[in-house]
Structure formats: structure tokens, C-alpha cells
Design a protein around this ligand. Structure first.
Ligand code: NAD
Length: 307
């Protein structure tokens, strides 16, 4: 039997913790001994309005179970205020779970500037602001855990969600670089790709699955990723229904498009090699930008040597 994963003495911010996945994360962190900042703007599903109720209800739930929690009602766009709430109430910050989110689904030609901007501001800028405010504290204490929340709509695309898909893939890029910049200070950043029953998905997920997709089944994955003993960093973890898996980008072996270093490349050369360019049968996983550049150098060397 492995020891219990505890968070005593740790301070955790969960954004958008007044409902759905964020609520489940906050409750589990509270149960595991963390002091939890329950952030929630309390607005509608499309980003309209605000209320203190959502965060207050979850704070009361955590406290009634013997846990420690305070409410924060700021928008993640003012992420520095959320981190300030953590510092003022608990004196430190150890974990940031960027979870707050809204939808403004429209088919691409119908997306207005407001639909676009609001989605980027909440998902992408909110993640940037909240995480950046915590970063110097993570560095000083040589410890920090960050979760960013992506979506299969970002990884694979989904009809009617171009604005949301763009934001959800953008936070993957953000996480990739935070994982590199934080590594030397024991700051880890990972992406969660959840599928859960919530107000965001009540009219999207098939009803027969809805009841099985409890947010409580994803919370343990997020909590584990944020524990001091978890070495995972820079990963994309998908989870739903009591299952979890890791996603990777892969690249085909590719093909040289010319025979000699002195040759140019024509669109017809590309066409004739296209099957090989797109052949994923021996696809590889490149671990870093250095490895990706190295692979290009090898292709160039092959060309020079006529291999
Ligand atoms: P939810 O609507 O139940 O919860 C989101 C919470 O975020 C709400 O309580 C809302 O008030 C809060 N919020 C919205 N804008 C905010 C802001 N500006 N500042 C602070 N709080 C704000 O939705 P959920 O399904 O639990 O989604 C949680 C996260 O998971 C979102 O980022 C969502 O995009 C992502 N996600 C969910 C699913 C899913 O299947 N439910 C799938 C992929 C991604």
C-alpha cells in the first residue's frame, strides 16, 4: 500500500472552482490537507455576469468537511489578484490549477470579435496572468506545480469551436515552454485534457455517457500531477471516466524532396514525394526543439553526402 498523498502546508489556487471540474479539484485538494483558494467569477456559461455564490458554496463544502478554504471572486484576467488572495490568507502559493473556462460556440464565419476576444482572454490570458503572478514565488521556494486545461476540441478540432480550439491549443504551447523554463527550479507544468459532465458539456456530450463522466473521476489525476512526489513535467494527460492516458505529437520519417544539394524543389517534386512525406507508419516522437532541429541537420547532411 503506497502512502497517502498529502498537501498539508501547501496552498493551492483552483480557478473556476465554483462548479464542475474545478469544484471537484478544490474538494479533493481540501480533503488532502491543502489550503485552497476557491476562485470563481460566478458568471454564466458564455462569460456574462458575475456572482459570489459559486465560490462561497464550495468554500462552505470544504470547510464543512474540516478543510481550509477561502473564496476569491476575481476574473482570471486579473490573475495577480487571485494569487494575492492566496498570499494574504495563507502566506504562500504552491500550486495553480488553471481551470476557469467559458464557451462561445459559433461556426467560424459567425464568430464576432467579442466571441473571439472573450474566449482568448479567459482561457489564454487568464492562464498567463494567474500563472505569471505565482511564478516568482515558485522560483523563490524552488517548488511549484501548474496545471493548464486544454481540450480535445483544441487537439483535434471540433465543429463550431474555432475560437475555443485556438485558445485550448495555445495553452498547450504555453505549458510546453513553462515546463522547460521551470524545470531547474522544480516548477512543473502539465496539461489536463478532461471530458466531464458539466454545464459546459450538458448539451454536447451524448446523454448515455453524461452520467458516467463525473468530474470526481478526473480530480485524482490533477491532484497527483500537483503532488511534490510527481516528476511528470511538460506532458499532456487526457482523462475521463476513471481513465487517464498521455498524448504526444508525432512526426513522420519524412522525405527529402530533392536528390542533390544543388537541386531546387518544385511543387511537382513535393507531389511525387507526398505519400512518403505523410506516411505515419514509422512516425517518431521528438522530445525537444533541439531534437527537431537535429533531425533537420541530419536530413541536410544526408543530402550533402548524397545518401
Ligand atoms: P463549468 O462551467 O462547470 O466550470 C467553469 C467555471 O469557471 C465556472 O464556475 C465559471 O463561473 C468559472 N469561470 C468562467 N470564467 C471565469 C473567469 N473569467 N474567472 C474565474 N472563473 C471563471 O465547466 P467545466 O466543464 O468544469 O470546465 C472546466 C475547464 O475544463 C474549462 O477550462 C473547460 O474549457 C475545460 N474542459 C472541460 C471539458 C468537459 O468535458 N467538461 C472538456 C474539455 C475542457
Amino acid at each position: 500500500m503506497v502512502g497517502e498523498l498529502r498537501f498539508d502546508g501547501r496552498v493551492v489556487v483552483v480557478t473556476g472552482a465554483g462548479a464542475g471540474l474545478g469544484r471537484a479539484y478544490a474538494l479533493l485538494f481540501g480533503e488532502k490537507g491543502a489550503s485552497v483558494v476557491v476562485n470563481d467569477l460566478g458568471g454564466g456559461r458564455h462569460g456574462e455576469g458575475s456572482s459570489t455564490r459559486a465560490a462561497d458554496v464550495v468554500v462552505n463544502e470544504i470547510r464543512s468537511r474540516g478543510g481550509k478554504a477561502v473564496a476569491d471572486y476575481n476574473s482570471v484576467e486579473d490573475g495577480e489578484k487571485i494569487i494575492q488572495t492566496a498570499l494574504e490568507n495563507f502566506g504562500r502559493i504552491d500550486v495553480v490549477v488553471n481551470n476557469a473556462g467559458i464557451l462561445r460556440d459559433k461556426s467560424f464565419p459567425r464568430i464576432s470579435d467579442t466571441d473571439w476576444d472573450l474566449i482568448q482572454r479567459v482561457h489564454l490570458k487568464g492562464t498567463f496572468k494567474t500563472t505569471q503572478a505565482a511564478w516568482p514565488h515558485f522560483k523563490n521556494q524552488n517548488f511549484g506545480r501548474i496545471i493548464v486545461t486544454a481540450s480535445n476540441s483544441g487537439l483535434y478540432g471540433n465543429y463550431g469551436q474555432a475560437n475555443y480550439s485556438a485558445a485550448k491549443m495555445a495553452v498547450v504551447g504555453l505549458s510546453n515552454t513553462l515546463a522547460i523554463e521551470g524545470q531547474k527550479n522544480n516548477i512543473h507544468c502539465n496539461v489536463i485534457v478532461p471530458t466531464a459532465a458539466s454545464r459546459l458539456t450538458e448539451d454536447i456530450l451524448p446523454p448515455e455517457f453524461f452520467a458516467e463522466l463525473k468530474p470526481e473521476l478526473i480530480a485524482p489525476v490533477v491532484v497527483w500531477l500537483c503532488h511534490e512526489s510527481c516528476e511528470e513535467n511538460g506532458s499532456i494527460i487526457e482523462s475521463a471516466a476513471g481513465w487517464a492516458g498521455k498524448c504526444h505529437l508525432v512526426r513522420s520519417q519524412g522525405s527529402l524532396l530533392r536528390s542533390k544539394i544543388t537541386d531546387s524543389v518544385s511543387p511537382e517534386n513535393v507531389q511525387s514525394k507526398w505519400d512518403k512525406v505523410t506516411d505515419m507508419s514509422n512516425a517518431v516522437r521528438l522530445e525537444s526543439i533541439q531534437e527537431a532541429s537535429g533531425a533537420l541537420m541530419t536530413a541536410l547532411e544526408d543530402l550533402k553526402s548524397g545518401n
